[in-house]
Design a protein around this ligand. Structure first.
Ligand code: NA7
Length: 494
């Protein structure tokens, strides 16, 4: 499909995080009209909201970049969160996107008008505008999930979710409680263990840990990257890295195959050879298969958790009291600060914005059982609405930038139908989408994510909410939309 751009379109992009910035660059390069609505005062999405100590991106830095914007300045193989935020800020500056972003502008409603084939976008302040296309790039992990623990509000010291980090909270020389042992909780352990007087890590489930290398790039290496971008490509497109991604997705989908056996062996050996104290070892021994929950990629967790200031508490929390946490067996942990690394409501996506599509269909109604989108990108009943990193997309230990770029290629081809005047609106048919979901759900149940653990990868019914096939299958699906799966309304008919 080649666009002749004979119909000027107005695009609304929701969110100025990694995916929204991508959409904005692509639309700007085409010279099309677009507005990016961002609820906060800054760009960056999850990298803006998360500032906790130890935050790093668990995808190698040179692979966590836009394919068209390599970055010679990365300080280390795995970048810190603030460096990643800095990367996105300099990309936004380079493409002069600030002028296209409306900050402090939360979208509260999207309403489809079948008569004009347009979306009305309503902001929280009541203002409205009308667009032909909406790109929902509102992220996945940004609505904190607070634990339902009795007495949480009674705690006298600072108690806060990791995505709402309190810089004034006592950490240095303090007694700190940390609830949650996902990627966030584990990174925090490694960052504050040597600063605190005591760190009580309340761990409901232990984690499998994949040992990974971490090293700093020297100034000489960065200078070489600046002079010769091929050196960066040699890292990010290396067979070793790309091969690892493919092997990882193969492992997720072929859970008794050789790739998964290899992952399990590496994690088990790392565990067996790293923990010295037998009691701690039993506390940290997972009772589910490696990669069922998102694997922890760490170069230092097992060492850092053995620091004498850290106590891993695996008992049942009874309640939070004004001065600390009371366990079900009566044990009391006196604390100055309580950190909640309890994850995110991963099923919200663009919500709580109210989205109303054709014939009054709402997103809440369409997603009553589980959030879903056709090939993770488009939705029946909601024409000209496209999602980046939407539900049922690939998740795992790889770069979501790559995923979003491939999704953009798919979306762009559908928007071409609108640009070149072939269509007034485009959305998947209910039949095509239902067939996709049926196949996806059947396959998802057989992936490692469905092998018997809890995680944010599962939907409310316990089915993995992700892409259940290989990386290559995803790349193939995104290369070209199957137009017979789409209801394409022409301008005349509209
Ligand atoms: P995760 O991975 O969802 O982890 C949340 C952790 O919090 C996990 O260990 C949970 O235990 C624990 N949790 C949640 N609620 C409670 C209660 N009520 N009591 C005790 N423990 C609880 O979130 P993260 O922020 O670590 O990481 C999210 C993603 O961000 C990560 O995967 C990367 O993609 C980046 P559970 O395992 O449910 O027993």
């Amino acid at each position: 499909m080649t666009a002749t751009t004979n119909r000027p379109l107005r695009h609304a992009v929701i969110g100025a995080g990694m995916a929204g910035i991508l959409a904005a660059i692509k639309l700007k390069q085409r010279g099309e009209h677009f507005v990016v609505y961002e609820k906060a005062a800054k760009i960056g999405g999850t990298w803006r909201e998360n500032r906790y100590p130890g935050l790093s991106c668990d995808v190698p830095a040179h692979a966590y970049t836009y394919s068209f914007e390599p970055y010679p300045e990365w300080q280390a193989y795995y970048a810190t969160g603030s460096e990643v935020q800095g990367y996105f800020e300099q990309v936004v500056a380079k493409y002069r996107l600030a002028e296209d972003i409306r900050f402090n502008s939360e979208v509260s409603a999207l309403d489809w008008d079948a008569g004009t084939s347009q979306w009305t976008v309503t902001l929280a302040d009541g203002s409205r505008d009308v667009f032909d296309v909406v790109i929902a790039a509102s992220g996945v992990l940004h609505h904190p999930r607070l634990p339902d623990i009795e007495g949480l509000n009674s705690f006298e010291g600072p108690a806060f979710h990791t995505a709402r980090w309190d810089d004034t909270a006592p950490i240095e020389g303090a007694k700190v409680g940390l609830i949650g042992s996902g990627s966030t909780g584990i990174q925090i352990v490694t960052a504050i263990n040597k600063k605190v007087d005591k760190l009580v890590h309340f761990q409901r489930s232990p984690q499998w840990v994949m040992p990974v290398p971490q090293f700093q790039y020297t100034e000489e290496e960065r200078e070489a990257f600046r002079r010769d971008p091929a050196l960066i490509d040699a890292i990010r497109f290396a067979d070793e890295y790309i091969g690892n991604i493919k092997r990882f997705t193969d492992a997720i989908t072929d859970i008794d195959g050789p790739q998964m056996t290899m992952i399990e062996d590496v994690c088990r050996q790392h565990f067996e050879s790293s923990i010295r104290d037998p009691e701690l070892k039993e506390k940290l021994r997972p009772n589910y298969r490696a990669a069922c929950k998102r694997l922890i990629y760490s170069w230092c967790y097992y060492e850092e958790v053995q620091h004498p200031a850290v106590f891993v508490e695996t008992g049942k929390v009874a309640r939070v009291e004004p001065k600390g946490v009371r366990m079900a067996d009566g044990t009391f942990h006196e604390l100055d600060t309580l950190i909640l690394a309890t994850g995110f409501q991963a099923d919200k996506f663009i919500r709580p914005a109210g989205v109303t599509g054709e014939n009054g269909m709402t997103l809440d109604a369409f997603w009553a059982t589980r959030p879903t989108a056709h090939y993770a990108v488009t939705l029946p009943h909601f024409p000209n609405l496209f999602m980046l990193n939407g539900p049922t997309g690939p998740v795992g230990n790889f770069s979501l930038i790559d995923i979003a770029e491939r999704q953009w290629d798919y979306i762009d081809q559908l928007i071409d139908l609108l640009r070149n005047g072939e269509a007034a609106s485009v959305m998947p048919t209910v039949e095509a989408h239902n067939a996709y979901e049926e196949r996806r759900i059947a396959a998802a149940k057989t992936t490692i994510f469905g092998s018997g653990c809890t995680s944010w990868y599962l939907d409310a019914t316990g089915v993995p909410a992700s892409w259940p096939w290989s990386y290559d299958a995803f790349a193939d699906a995104m290369a070209k939309p199957v137009l017979s799966e789409y209801a394409i309304r022409t301008l005349v008919a509209a």
